[in-house]
Design a protein around this ligand. Structure first.
Ligand SMILES: [Zn+2]
Ligand SMILES: [Zn+2]
Length: 130
């Protein structure tokens, strides 16, 4: 499916800006921040503003098209993969990576409507050990 089709499925009008931002996230599974998305796209999309990038990722995340990852206190990262998977953060080099996981058994209060479940893991990656 094209990015435009997926946006439409979620009830989002596929404007050019939304499509290029979503395309970027689908192609780059590095969990970029809004700033990083802006830096990467601005050379080819000179009319793009930082505010537009921020607003777009917020909209896409609220609609469930992408995930917001808040593994770091200071900045949100974004992920086009919305399947259940865990996120690991190396606190030395700042790399955020995916890992496979099943959801733990959860005893939530009755009637609780889950909006998002995140599995986060922080530590030191192989490259940074020593
Ligand atoms: Zn590392
Ligand atoms: Zn991920």
């Amino acid at each position: 499916m094209t990015s435009a089709e997926i946006l439409q499925q979620h009830g989002i009008r596929p404007s050019l800006t939304r499509v290029i931002i979503y395309d970027y996230l689908r192609a780059h599974r590095t969990h970029p921040t809004a700033d990083e998305i802006y830096q990467a796209l601005s050379p080819t999309a000179p009319t793009l503003s930082k505010t537009t990038v921020y607003n777009t990722v917020k909209l896409l995340s609220a609609s469930g098209v992408i995930k917001t990852i808040t593994i770091e206190e200071q900045q949100a990262r974004f992920d086009a993969c919305t399947d259940i998977h865990g996120h690991g953060l190396c606190t030395k080099c700042g790399k955020v990576f995916d890992f496979d996981t099943a959801l733990p058994k959860m005893s939530l209060p009755e009637g609780f409507d889950i909006l998002a479940t995140e599995v986060y893991c922080t530590g030191t990656c192989m490259d940074c050990r020593e």
